[in-house]
Design a protein around this ligand. Structure first.
Ligand code: SAM
Length: 470
C-alpha cells in the first residue's frame, strides 16, 4: 500500500525515537479518519448532560481519550454543523494528541493558583479552550493570534466556550516583549511544516519540502525568542508542533537550552498511552513524540521548560486607572436584572457597551489595553439604552445570564432554523427579549412579537449549509 508521503520526509525521520518506517507508511496508507472532541466543563456540568450530548452524536459506544479528562473519540464523524450542541459550545472538536497539553500543564504549574497564561499562537482555539478548562476561574488567559482573520475566528470560538476570564489579542509575538516577566505560563503551539497532519489532510503533503522545514524551524526560533522575555522567573514555557521533523522538534529544544536560562521539565507518562519520549543528544532535553501508528491520534510533539532567571515582577508602567463601574444609575437599573454576575466582577463601559470582567482581568485591563491590540475581553453584556438592554450574543453564550430571563426551547428542526437566522415559527406566550435554547443550552437571543420572532443570532455565525435529511 502506498502512502504518498515524501521520500525526503521518510528518510529524514530515520533513527528518531519511535519511528518505524513500515508501520508509519502503513498507517498513512490506511488513511483512517479519527474524530475526537473535548466537552466544555463550563457548560456540561453533569454526567447526564455529558451522556446526552455524546449520545446525540452517535448511537455506538464512545471511548475516552486516555490522557484527557474531557476528551472522547467518536465512532464516526457526524455533521457538527447540524448539531445545535456544537453551536451552543457544549464541546470543541479537537485532534486527540493535542489534548495531551492538559498533562503538560498539570505537570508543570499549580492549576489551583491564579495564573496569567498566554496562548501565543492560538487560532482557531483548540489549545485555548483546553487551557481555559484546566486553569482556575480566577486565572487569566490571553489568547493571541497574529493573523487578523484568524483572530476573529479565535474570538468566536472563545465566545462560544462561554468563559469570562479570557482576553483575545491580535499581536505579533514580538509585542509581548512589552510585558516583561508577566506570564506564569506561555504556550507556543508553533506554526510548522505540518507533517503530523498528513494522515488527516493528505492535501498538505504537496506543500511539504525540506526547505520549508528549515524555514519553519527558523520562524519557530524567532517566535520563541520574541516571547521568552514575557515569561516570569520560575514560569513555564510549553512548546508544541504537529511536525515529525527533528529540526522543528528536538533541535528547537537544544536551541532553547543553548540560548536561554531554561530548565527542561519531564511529564509523567503511562506506558499504555503509546507516547514516545525523546531525549536530545546535545542538551539532554526531553520531549514527547506522538505517532499515528502507535496511538489513536495524529502526529504531535510537545516539551516543557521552566525559566530559571528573568524578571519575576513586571515593571509598573504609567497605566491609566481602569474605568470601573462607569455606568449611570439608569444604565445599571436597565442592566442588572439580566445578569447573574459574581459581586467581585467589574463592569467596563467600552464604546457604549458594557463588558463584564472577572477581578484579575479587570485589574490587568489597563496594562493589556495599553500594550496589546484587544479583540475581545471578558463577556460583552450589551448596550444599556434608556428603556432596555440590547443584549449581546456573548452574554447568551456566557454563564452570566440571570435565571429569571425568559427562555424559549426549540426542537432540533427549529433550533437549526434559528441557527440559519430564519424564523422557526414557534408558538409561545413569551413576549420581548428571550433566550433561545436547545435541550436547555443557550443558542442566542430573539425578540418575540405577537406574530413573529426577530432573530438576533449573529449573522456571521449563521449556518449557511442547506439542511438535509431532517
Ligand atoms: N493553537 C491552535 C489550536 O490549538 O487551535 C493552532 C495553532 S497553529 C498550529 C499555529 C498558529 O500560528 C496559526 O494560527 C498561525 O496563524 C499562527 N502563526 C503563523 N505565523 C506566525 C508567526 N510568525 N508568529 C506567530 N504566530 C504565527
Amino acid at each position: 500500500m502506498s502512502s504518498h508521503l515524501p521520500v525526503a520526509l521518510l528518510d529524514s525521520l530515520a533513527g528518531l525515537p519511535g519511528y518505524n518506517r513500515e508501520t508509519f507508511e502503513r498507517v498513512h496508507a490506511a488513511a483512517e479518519k479519527i474524530t475526537s472532541l473535548r466537552l466544555n466543563p463550563n457548560k456540561i456540568t453533569s454526567p447526564e448532560k455529558a451522556q446526552q450530548v455524546l449520545q446525540s452524536l452517535s448511537a455506538a459506544g464512545l471511548n475516552k481519550v486516555p490522557w484527557s479528562s474531557e476528551g472522547y473519540y467518536l465512532p464516526a464523524r457526524p455533521s457538527f454543523t447540524f448539531d445545535p450542541f456544537f453551536h451552543a459550545g457544549a464541546y470543541y472538536v479537537q485532534e486527540a494528541s493535542s489534548m495531551f497539553l492538559e498533562q503538560a500543564v498539570r505537570a508543570t504549574v499549580d492549576v489551583s493558583a491564579a495564573l496569567k497564561v498566554l496562548d501565543l499562537c492560538a487560532a482557531p482555539g483548540g489549545k485555548s479552550t483546553l487551557l481555559q478548562s484546566v486553569i482556575s476561574p480566577d486565572s487569566l488567559l490571553v489568547a493571541n493570534e497574529v493573523i487578523k482573520a484568524r483572530a476573529a475566528l479565535l474570538a468566536d470560538n472563545l465566545t462560544k466556550w462561554g468563559a469570562a476570564n479570557v482576553v483575545v489579542t491580535n499581536n505579533d509575538p514580538r509585542d509581548f516583549s512589552r510585558l516583561p516577566g508577566y506570564f506564569d505560563l506561555v504556550v507556543v503551539d508553533a506554526p510548522c511544516s505540518g507533517s503530523g497532519l498528513f494522515r488527516r489532510d493528505p492535501e498538505l503533503v504537496s506543500e511539504w519540502s525540506l526547505e520549508n522545514v528549515t524555514l519553519c524551524s527558523q520562524r519557530q526560533q524567532r517566535i520563541l525568542a520574541d516571547v521568552l522575555p514575557a515569561v516570569k522567573e520560575g514560569g513555564v514555557v510549553i512548546y508544541s508542533t504537529c511536525s515529525f521533523s527533528a529540526e522543528e522538534d528536538e533541535a528547537i529544544l537544544d536551541w532553547l537550552a543553548d540560548h536561554f536560562e531554561l530548565e527542561n521539565i519531564s511529564i509523567p507518562l503511562e506506558e499504555q498511552w503509546g507516547i514516545v519520549p525523546t531525549v536530545t543528544t546535545k542538551r539532554n532535553c526531553t520531549g514527547y513524540r506522538f505517532y499515528p501508528d502507535r496511538l489513536k491520534g495524529e502526529g504531535f510533539f510537545i516539551a516543557c521548560f521552566r525559566k530559571r532567571s528573568g524578571e519575576s515582577v513586571r515593571n509598573k508602567g504609567k497605566e491609566k486607572e481602569p474605568k470601573k463601574v462607569a455606568l449611570t444609575a439608569r444604565q445599571r437599573e436597565v442592566m442588572m436584572p439580566w445578569l447573574n454576575v459574581p459581586a467581585s466582577y467589574e463592569y467596563l463601559l467600552h464604546q457604549d457597551e458594557v463588558l463584564i470582567l472577572p477581578p484579575l482581568l479587570a485589574a490587568e485591563m489597563p496594562l493589556l489595553q495599553q500594550q496589546l491590540y484587544i479583540r475581545k475581553a471578558g463577556v460583552k453584556a450589551g448596550q444599556p439604552g434608556q428603556k432596555e438592554l440590547i443584549p449581546d450574543h456573548q452574554l447568551a453564550a456566557s454563564l452570566l445570564v440571570a435565571d429569571q430571563i425568559p427562555a424559549v426551547d426549540l426542537n432540533l428542526q427549529q433550533a437549526l432554523q434559528y441557527l440559519r437566522k430564519e424564523d422557526p415559527g414557534v408558538t409561545t406566550a413569551v413576549r420581548g427579549w428571550a433566550l433561545v435554547r436547545y435541550e436547555g443550552m443557550n443558542l442566542g437571543w430573539a425578540k418575540f412579537l405577537p406574530n413573529r420572532m426577530n432573530n438576533y443570532y449573529p449573522k456571521e455565525l449563521r449556518i449557511l449549509k442547506e439542511i438535509t435529511g431532517l
